[in-house]
Design a protein around this ligand. Sequence first.
Ligand SMILES: Nc1ncnc2c1ncn2[C@@H]1O[C@H](COP(=O)(O)OP(=O)(O)OP(=O)(O)O)[C@@H](O)[C@H]1O
Length: 458
Amino acid sequence: MDNELGKILIIDDDEDVLIAAKLLLKKHAKEVIIEKNPKKIPFLMNNGTYDVILLDMNFSKDITSGKEGYYWLEQILDADPSAVVVLITAFGDVEMAVKALKEGATDFVLKPWQNEKLIATLSTAVKLKRSYAEVDKLKSAKKQLEDEISKPFKDIIGNSPAMKNVFSIIDKVAGTDANVLILGENGTGKELVARALHQRSLRKDNVFVGVDMGAITETLFESELFGHKKGAFTDAKEDRVGRFEVANGGSLFLDEIGNLSLPLQSKLLTAIQRREVTKIGSNKSMPIDIRLICATNMPLYDMVHENTFRQDLLYRINTVEVHLPPLRERQDDIILLTEHFVKVYCDKYRKDRKKVASSTMKKLQKYSWPGNIRELQHAIERAIIMSEGNTLMPDDFFFLVQKQDSGNETAENFNLDEVEKNVILKAVNKHSGNISKAAKELGLTRASLYRRLEKHGL
Ligand SMILES: Nc1ncnc2c1ncn2[C@@H]1O[C@H](COP(=O)(O)OP(=O)(O)OP(=O)(O)O)[C@@H](O)[C@H]1O
């Protein structure tokens, strides 16, 4: 026999009822526990969990008020609010049973019961309990997913004219459904701006779904974006919901859009133009209501000239453009961002708030930040972890080594200072920022290498 009913607890002061029920139900359950004395209920509830509890309504002989039944029902639900309790009531007590349903019982059976009816009632009750558990699980998964995809909007820091312009565009465009194209080098905050647009839009209570187009393979593109039906291809073991569908009602952020091949560009264009998608293996299209935000670090306009990016797709996605300037062009923002990240990482690593020496700030402002804000963020995190003093000194950022323009290397330069600076840079680079090894190679002590690094603002 199957164990469909799981673990059952039966409480009834009539021993005959207990034995008859146990005999009947043990064929359908994993375990049947019987109890004559309701006072044991708290103990039983403390020491086990049950898929379903069968509870008598009237314990003391000749008393049919059901008061005891209500009392024990309350005790059970107190101990386990998700308990599934089926009441056993005498014929004529239906009114009482209905009242118990309002108090939280799942169902009731009338004594004497019909075997099949009892099994069916318990089976439905157990399924109900499992579906409650499933709903709870899904709710928590949904919450986690929402937290993940709608990560709290973090402030965008910046006071430079370029960033003020970005803020003003965000303010103007966020509330509209206009497609937005965000352009900027790696780590300039494109995703942050995309999330800010979503958080300030009318769609903010719906999801923000990000897709890294650079990470999607040619073969999985359609399945990933539009979904597929079970059996549509060999590996399609289950139906899959595409990102367009997940984002329905919210915002879809297509990152690294410049990395899409021409055939995929046209598939994407068709979906955007028609505002509908068709799952692989389905012949029905589905309307999609999304706000589209795209981003790239690639020169899309040049790519259009070189015929590597479709002009019609560019004009679909660039209703409004946001240009995020590289960090090296936002000197003042370097100060603000540095102070911000110092605070963030001192808090994170439970260190006293560190100061930043003005020579350090100068060094950070002089550096070219090829990885932009992401690189600054990581540099500060690293310095906070490693530094021992209360003030961050230029040495705490010894690993920031300016890459030389290869064009300059061939040009002859006899300026002694420049030559020294370049040789030092090459040595530090060669040893991946290891000052001891670089000093050894240069024939200097560590202290004098540090002095020279400082002299050159490195
Ligand atoms: N103006 C800013 N203020 C505060 N933090 C910022 C700012 N700009 C970027 N950041 C932080 O820098 C990191 C990189 O930002 P983000 O991922 O948005 O850049 P991106 O341009 O999308 O990068 P990629 O091109 O590599 O995808 C993130 O941790 C982000 O929170």
